[in-house]
Design a protein around this ligand. Structure first.
Ligand code: AMP
Length: 279
């Protein structure tokens, strides 16, 4: 496993793989890896002959500097977790390597960046789209794997790749959960023990929504059931609950005839958690 810090090193590795006719997949992350990330890396091993994992805490997707500064980091542990998984290269660039000093291009997937999470995190999805476009251009992988947990991000990246005629195929991977149903996230370590226990309400609410969908309820009823479930937990502050078309994220009313996605954004103490389920 090679640790790569410059774009030139990545390009040299990729060129060597290409000369041997090997397929390449990219798993972009912000580090502080957990089993959710590792599931994406294991999936990568099944779909391509060479796996590159990127670890880059992208400053342009953070609204508040404090959130960026407190984002957990442990690069040595990350490398130790990746080593046994057959990863070929780990790209760990500096912010300067990615953005230089005069970067002035921003990628904005306009229809998807300003809705849902985009309304509460202005600039976030422009930061995500820009860094993912850069990573895809640097590595030029055949496939890139993203978690369904960040569902709006996954949808937006698929749209960007289609709109910009990029050749990488985007693969979505189901959300990996703890035994109590809690979606694994690097942010979970910032929850107090009480909030961590309370936060299992998110999975319970998603399951209640799924049951309602399976019983043939309208989205308005599903929304009410999900909301009522989360309101039972006094530690939870609901930021948003949305039920949208799972492919386009456009609003849905009445009885859906296509898959929908339930999107939750709920605050516990200082920590904003998101979760989703396709039903
Ligand atoms: P992050 O480091 O938070 O940017 O996440 C890197 C990638 O891992 C993104 O594509 C996330 O959607 C994905 N990811 C994070 N948590 C999970 C999880 N619990 N299950 C599946 N994928 C995840």
């Amino acid at each position: 496993m090679r640790v790569l810090t410059t774009i030139a090193e990545v390009r040299a590795s990729v060129q060597a793989y290409r000369r041997q006719g090997l397929s390449i997949t990219l798993v972009p992350t912000m580090g502080y890896l957990h089993e959710g990330h590792l599931a994406l890396v294991k999936r990568a091993g099944n779909i391509a002959e060479r796996t590159i994992v990127s670890i880059f805490v992208n400053p342009t997707q953070f609204g508040e500097e404090s959130d960026l500064e407190t984002y957990p980091k442990d690069p040595e542990r990350d490398l130790a977790l990746l080593q046994p998984l057959g990863v070929d290269g780990v790209f760990m660039p500096s912010a300067n390597e990615i953005y230089g000093t005069d970067n002035s291009t921003i990628v904005d997937v306009t229809a998807l960046s300003s809705i849902l999470q985009g309304t509460v995190r202005p600039g976030h999805f422009q930061g995500v789209a820009t860094v993912v476009a850069k990573l895809l251009n640097i590595v030029q992988p055949d496939t890139a794997i993203f978690g369904e947990k960040d569902y709006q991000q996954l949808t937006l990246i698929k749209r960007m790749v289609a709109d910009l005629n990029m050749t990488t195929q985007i693969v979505g991977h189901p959300t990996v959960r703890d035994t109590d149903g809690m979606a694994l996230s690097s942010r979970n370590v910032r929850l107090t023990p009480e909030d961590r226990r309370a936060a299992t309400i998110l999975f319970q609410a998603l399951q209640a929504g799924k049951q309602a969908a399976e019983a043939g309820d309208a989205v308005e009823t599903m929304h009410q059931i999900v909301t009522d479930t989360i309101r039972q937990q006094a530690r939870a502050t609901i930021r948003s609950i949305d039920i949208r078309d799972a492919e386009t994220l456009s609003p849905v009313v009445g009885h859906p005839n296509k898959p929908v996605v339930i999107l939750l954004s709920v605050q516990f103490g200082e920590v904003l958690l998101i979760d989703q389920m396709i039903v």
